[in-house]
Every structure is written in C-alpha cells, then in structure tokens.
Design a protein around this ligand. Structure first.
Ligand SMILES: [Zn+2]
Length: 408
C-alpha cells in the first residue's frame, strides 16, 4: 500500500466531504446546514466550511429559510441546477445527436446531424463540428463532455476500441476532444449510457437493472449493485455479436448468424425489403394495419431476442429488464413475442419474478446517460440513490477514493 503524505490525505478528505455534502444537497435539497450535518455525519463546522466553498463555486445557493423548530429559522441550501452546462453526444449509427444539458438532466438545446457515409475520418470531423456548435450555444461554465457511442469502448481512457459501422478502430476519441477543447471528456458505449439514463433519470431506482438496446445493432447495459458493470474488457452486455445461427447470414462483424442478423431492426427491415418496405415508419404502419407478413417477421425477431433475454435472466437473475431502441417502436406484438419466449425459455421461478417492459421513448437517453457519467466523475455525485454505491465505479481503476475514511 502506498503511504500518502498528510497533506494529500487532508486534501482527499476535504474532497470526499465536499462530494458527500454536494450529493446530499443534490438529492435532498433544499436542506439546512444542521440537517446536512445530521445526514452526512460530519460536524457542523466541517459542513459550514464545505458549504462556503460550494456557494463560492456557484454549485449551491441559499434559497430562503425553513420552518423554525424553536429558535431562529434555518437558512436552506439548494443545488444550483443551472450552475454548469454539460455537453452530451449520442453517436448513433445513422444520426449524431448532441445537446447542452443542465445539472438536473434538462435538455437546454439540441442538434442532430445525419451520418450517411461510412468514413471514419468524416465521422470524426462531424463530431468536432457538433461539439463546436454546441459549445457556441452554452452560456454557462462547461463541466465537460460526455459521449455515448456504438462500439467497444475503453472507458478509462475514452478510446473507441472498435466501432464497425463508424469505421473507428483504436480511435482515442476522448483524448482528441480533450486536446481540442481543454475540457474533461468521458466516453462510454451507447447501450451502457442508456442503462445509466434509465437508472438515474427513469424514476424507479433499484440496485439491479438490465437495459437491452435493439436498433441497428443489439447491446445490453448492466447495472449491478447500483453500479455500471463493464466487464474485464469493457464488453459486458455485448450480446449482439454472439452466434445464434451458425449457418446464418453474414454479419457486418465478419462472422455468420450473430444475434444482430436475426433480431435487430436492421435485420427486420432487411427481411421486409423484398416486401417493398425499407423504412422503419413504413414497417410499423404496416404492422399496425395488420399486414400478416410484417407481423410474422417482427414476431420471429422478437422470439430470437426472447431467447437471448432468457440467457441474461439465467446468468444475472435481474428482475427488471427494459427494452429500448428503434425496435421498441413495433410495440406490443414485438414485446409479447420477446416476453413469451423469455417465459418459455428461462427457469420458471426466475422468469416469473422478472418484469420486461419497453422503456419510455426518449430521444435523449444516450445523451443523458453520458452526461450522468460526466457528473459523477467531475462532481463526485452518487446519482444512484443507493447509500453505498456510486456510478463513479463505472470508470475502472479509480476506486481508491471509495476507501477513504471520513474525518469530520
Ligand atoms: Zn456479428
């Protein structure tokens, strides 16, 4: 174990106390200094010192007085939701979406650009241009940039290890943007970002959650014990390129019969092409109009996904599974096919305890998840609502601060 100098320990303790107080104000404000001391276990003096710093930094404001409990009515403190702006990017496979977000996850301004080519350099130029446009719109100090992108991402260094459709291989996206803007940048996979958004802003926080994103590709985001679980090689939840039909169609990853080739929105539309349908809205309209062929294709895709979900249940036994992504637009017929197959294929007792639902349609799910990651890293906020968990565990190799003792 590395010995720390007294000064470093003092600074770290101070930072830890500051995160604790700020997180409590974020979750429970408006709140008085006395209530903060009770809630955090810190002394009144420590709380007052920390609060002075937070007010100076603009992150906390005094917002009037609370009810008196006998003596003088206490001054209440609230989190300043608009103190910083965050830049969030959703680098989807056909559209890049960027937004300016405040510290409570409110979208202040958003921009979308279509990405129709498959040239990695051009895709990167589009990202730079999108960030420049967003930064020009921000009228607060910028906390940083959070990015959710398709592909396999090394979150610790913000490098895209592999994103087939954007033609990015070993691209140091985080470092490039950081050098260009001077801002902190965090990059994660889009399925994981969606899981974070559902977990933090979905209104129903539990320790465990699986979010399966079914769009052009298929991926799952896993929240386990209140933390984003990434796996040893950042690939946890990458179920889309697991073979389900060894003699199946060629996949864009170069192999045959991946889950993505039978259950993604791309696969559904591919099968409907000979039926004269190539766009998702047309397929959804035909399904709603009762077209039997479209229904068969959608149900078959749902069943394939249901098998994969049954495996997830067997491995993880997580009780809440949320389906998101463009395939969710097929609605109830698709959801029923996934659910019935899941029930038929997973161990009965486990499947009975599992709820499967379509997530609220939210165009900004990836953006919000990416900015939630940024907030936890830069402000140390624990956005999970769970006492001993923090999304900061999402970034591997930086868990030392979790072991700090609090001294008041
Ligand atoms: Zn594949």
């Amino acid at each position: 174990m590395i010995e720390r100098s007294g000064k470093a320990t003092h600074q770290e303790t101070r930072a830890h106390n500051s995160r604790l107080v700020l997180g409590t104000i974020y979750d429970r404000g408006p709140i008085s200094r006395a209530a903060l001391a009770r809630s955090t276990g810190l002394t009144r003096t420590t709380v007052s010192d920390v609060v002075s710093d937070l007010i100076r930094d603009g992150l906390t404001r005094e917002v009037g007085r609370g009810p008196s409990t006998g003596g003088k009515a206490p001054i209440l403190l609230a989190f300043a939701d608009d103190a910083r702006h965050l830049v969030g990017l959703d680098l989807g496979e056909s559209v890049f979406r960027g937004a300016i977000v405040d510290l409570r996850g409110e979208i202040c301004s958003a921009i979308e650009v279509a990405v129709d080519d498959r040239d990695g350099n051009q895709a990167l130029e589009r990202v730079f241009s999108l960030v420049d446009q967003l930064l020009a719109r921000a009228d607060r100090p910028i906390l940083g940039i959070g990015i959710g992108t398709a592909g396999l991402i090394d979150t610790t260094i913000g490098t895209v290890l592999e994103a087939v459709n954007l033609d990015w291989h070993g691209l140091p996206l985080g470092a490039l943007l950081q050098a260009r803007t001077g801002l902190p940048v965090y990059v994660t996979n889009d399925s994981r970002a969606t899981a974070l958004a559902e977990h933090v802003f979905g209104g129903q926080r539990a320790s465990n959650l699986v979010v399966v994103k079914v769009g052009e590709g298929i991926g799952a985001g896993l929240i386990l014990g209140g933390r984003l679980f990434q796996g040893d090689g950042f690939g946890a939840g990458e179920i889309g390129h697991t073979t389900v039909r060894p003699d199946g169609d060629a996949c864009r990853c170069g192999r045959l019969g991946c889950l993505e080739t039978v259950a993604s929105t791309r696969a559904i539309l591919g099968q409907l092409a000979s039926h004269g349908i190539s766009r998702l809205p047309d397929a959804v309209a035909a399904l709603e109009a009762g077209d039997p062929l479209v229904r068969d294709v959608v149900v078959a895709a749902g069943r394939q996904l249901g098998l994969a979900v049954a495996w997830l249940i067997g491995v993880l036994n997580v009780e809440r599974i949320v389906l998101v992504g463009s395939a969710a637009e097929f609605g109830e017929p698709w959801l029923s096919a996934v659910r019935e197959t899941m029930w038929a294929s997973a161990l009965g007792l486990l499947a009975d305890g599992t709820t499967l639902e379509i997530g609220r349609p939210h165009a900004d799910g990836v953006v919000l998840g990416a900015t939630a990651l940024l907030m936890t890293r830069e402000l140390g906020l624990n956005l999970t609502g769970l006492p001993d968990a923090g999304l900061e565990g999402a970034v591997a190799g930086e868990s030392e601060s979790d072991d700090l003792e609090i001294s008041a």
